[in-house]
Structure formats: structure tokens, C-alpha cells
Write a protein that binds this ligand. Structure first.
Ligand code: PMV
Length: 328
């Protein structure tokens, strides 16, 4: 049986960095994110008795090695849960740059969880799909839901409570995001390796974990109040705190390039000139500018002018992941 699913990417405002368990991919801290419209992965999974091994194509290119292994390991979980012992063909397409800090693993594993479980005949609840997606990538647990989403670090060893839930649907707050693309190169350190390095070497790691709950609690109440300035300030703070942790690892993890820094500085000077705009950055060089709809045009105009900015993508809040096609 074949199923195709679509999942949107997401951007964390309160960042996740660090794992409390590597095998089940359990996060050491919770996180809060926006699911992004228009930046998505579409994935089809076809369990086929004729195949001798899994075949995986990402953006039209057959993949082997570690990338394929990650997909096959994930399919193994679905095979175990469903009892379907067939190899599968996986075809996955992103409509945005892969592995450059645009959280492609988030939409990829959310889409794979939906398509794979549907194709295997599993009937999973949203929280179970979030749990499954999390095993593929921590941020993928959040892409299961639309709008504003919180991921819980959970307390259980089996990870059943390390799942995401929706805080607010996408029409609760018209937030916009402008993504300044500063590089299309693949990042050098995958987030899993970066997180391990930070846990093992950063003297700030303990403080990062201990202060996470406060940031999450503050963000929840800001979302209730719908206070854009507070939302932006806390998002920028969480982003810089995460990058300070990455930088304080040994050897230090530097995900930015010179354009990243130029964009951050431009955003801060726009703010000094009265334009409400804030930045957030994941484990990559792209800068995401958080703003309200009435300011999109003027911010975009300023961002495209920065030397080194390749493209500026626009996004708002997107929907839940979903199965879009099933073939029996
Ligand atoms: O789940 P991963 O491996 O894609 O890690 C996500 C890490 C960050 O994007 C930097 C932060 C986050 O919460 O999305």
C-alpha cells in the first residue's frame, strides 16, 4: 500500500538543544514553535513485496549512506509496530533548501511518519504520530501540528510523554516570518552531533537545561496575551542563548556566516528606528525575521538589499501535517 503525506516546516521561538536520551531521541528541554506555511515536504511511502531493500529518493536524487540509513531505521520502527516486513520505496521532496537551518528534518520526518504509518495500515492518534516523528528528529514532533506548538520534554523513559501539542491554531495570531537565505550549502555539523558536543563539553549546558522551564512558562503567557514585542524579545533571547551554548561547546559550534551577522544587525537597527521586527536562527546561517503583516513589505525591502542575502522567503502560520493520497 502506498500513502503520500505533506508536512510543514517549523521554527522554534523557544529553542530545543540537547537530548536526555539519544536512542529514543528524548529532548532535555521543551520548545515552542511556529508551524510554517508554504515550506513543506511531500513524501510518499510504498511498501512493496517486490523490493529487496528500501529505496529512498530526496529531491529527485537517490540517496545512500547515512541519509538512507536514517530513513530505513525509521521505517524499521513502523515495520515493527505494524508487523509489515516489506521494504519500501520512499520519495520525498522539499520545496525549500535542505539541511541549511530551515528545519528540513522537521517537515521530512513528520511527513514520513504520516505517510509511513498510513501505508503500513497503522491507525495512530496525533500524539502517537508526534511521538513517532520525534524518534526521527526532535523538531519533527512539532511539525505534526499547525499554528503555535509546544513540545514537551517529558519525564518518562519510554518517551510516551515527549510529544508536542498545539497551543493555538494558525488563525489565532497573524504572525509572519521572512527568511533571509544567506547560504545554500549543507551545514557542517548535524544538530544531533552538535547537541551531543554541547552536552559533553559546554560549561553552560547545565544552566541551559535549568532555565528552559522559565522561558517556556513566559512564552506560554506571552502567547495568551498576544503581545508581539514580548514574543519577539523572548524569541531573540532564546535564539542567542542557544547559540551561546553552541559557541561555548568545545570545539565551538559556529553556525553563522558574515551575512547572518549583517542581517541580525540590520534587524536590530530597524527596531531602533521603530519597526517591530525580531530575529531567530536555528543551527544554520539563515536568519528568520519575525514580524506582523503590516510591516512585511518594508522589512523585506531592507533584507533583500543586504549584501550576501541570496533570497528572502515569506511565510505565515501553517496547518497540521496530513495524509494527502492513499493508493491501495
Ligand atoms: O530536531 P532537530 O535535530 O532538527 O534539531 C532542532 C534544533 C534547532 O532547530 C536548532 C532548534 C529547534 O528547536 O528547532
Amino acid at each position: 500500500m502506498k500513502a503520500t503525506a505533506k508536512a510543514n516546516s517549523n521554527i522554534a521561538l523557544i529553542k530545543y538543544w540537547g537530548k536526555r536520551d539519544k536512542k529514543l531521541n528524548l529532548p532535555a528541554v521543551g520548545s515552542i514553535s511556529l508551524t510554517l506555511e508554504g515550506l513543506h515536504t511531500v513524501t510518499s511511502v510504498n511498501f512493496d513485496a517486490q523490493l529487496d531493500k528500501d529505496r529512498v529518493k530526496i529531491n529527485d536524487v537517490p540517496v545512500e549512506g547515512i541519509e538512507k540509513k536514517r530513513v530505513s531505521n525509521f521505517l524499521d520502527i513502523i515495520r515493527r509496530l505494524s508487523g509489515k516486513n516489506m521494504a519500501a520505496q520512499v520519495i520525498s521532496t522539499n520545496n525549500f533548501p535542505t539541511a541549511a537551518g530551515l528545519a528540513s528534518s522537521a517537515s521530512a520526518f513528520a511527513a514520513l511518519a504520516f505517510a509511513g504509518s498510513e501505508a503500513a495500515g497503522l491507525d495512530l492518534l496525533p500524539a502517537q504520530l508526534s511521538e513517532l516523528a520525534r524518534i526521527g528528529s526532535g523538531s519533527a514532533a512539532r511539525s505534526v501540528f499547525g499554528g503555535i506548538v509546544e513540545m514537551h520534554k517529558g519525564l518518562r523513559e519510554d518517551g510516551k510523554d515527549a510529544v508536542a501539542h498545539q497551543i493555538a491554531a494558525k488563525d489565532y495570531w497573524d504572525l509572519r516570518l521572512l527568511i533571509a537565505v544567506t547560504s545554500r550549502a549543507k551545514k557542517k555539523t548535524a544538530s544531533t552531533d552538535g547537541m551531543t558536543l554541547s552536552r559533553e563539553t559546554s560549561p553552560y549546558y547545565k544552566a541551559w537545561v535549568e532555565t528552559a522551564e522559565d522561558d517556556l512558562a513566559q512564552m506560554r503567557s506571552i502567547i495568551k496575551e498576544r503581545d508581539f514585542h514580548k514574543l519577539g524579545e523572548l524569541s531573540e533571547y532564546s535564539c542567542l542563548k542557544m547559540h551561546a551554548l553552541a559557541l561555548s561547546s568545545n570545539p565551538g559550534l559556529l553556525y553563522w556566516n558574515s551575512t547572518t551577522l549583517a542581517v541580525m544587525q540590520t534587524i536590530r537597527s530597524m527596531r531602533e528606528n521603530g519597526l517591530p521586527v525580531y530575529f531567530t536562527i536555528d543551527a544554520g546561517p539563515q536568519v528568520k525575521a519575525l514580524c506582523e503583516p503590516q510591516h512585511v513589505q518594508s522589512i523585506k525591502t531592507a533584507l533583500v538589499e543586504i549584501h550576501g542575502v541570496i533570497d528572502v522567503l515569506e511565510s505565515g502560520l501553517g496547518d497540521d501535517a496530513k495524509v494527502i493520497e492513499v493508493e491501495k
